[in-house]
Design a protein around this ligand. Structure first.
Ligand code: ZN
Length: 100
């Protein structure tokens, strides 16, 4: 939700003459709407993470198949850590057992 706070600050009315025209604000708001529609929350990402990690473990291009998850992982350190942990578990589980 850092983005939201950032935007609130950005759009807070400032004293003095407005620096940006209405058209610019409209355009920004429009692109914001698109962005927020396309973005996953941490919860969404977490729900999809095991699928994503499985693709990675299979050598698939997970970033291409699930671009929104990839996008979130690029932006969110917490989810990325979760991803790293899951990946390590899965990779370890998929490793052939060493012969004794
Ligand atoms: Zn996240």
């Amino acid at each position: 939700m850092e983005m939201l706070n950032f935007l609130k600050r950005w759009f807070k009315p400032r004293p003095g003459p407005q620096m940006v025209g209405d058209a610019l604000v409209q355009r920004m708001l429009r692109s914001l709407k698109v962005t927020s529609l396309d973005e996953l929350t941490c919860e969404d990402t977490f729900a999809l993470l095991d699928q994503f990690v499985e693709l990675v473990a299979c050598g698939e291009d997970a970033g291409r198949l699930m671009p929104l998850v990839k996008q979130h992982l690029d932006l969110c350190g917490e989810c990325y850590e979760e991803y790293e942990v899951l990946k390590q578990i899965l990779v370890a589980a998929n490793k052939p057992h060493p012969k004794l």
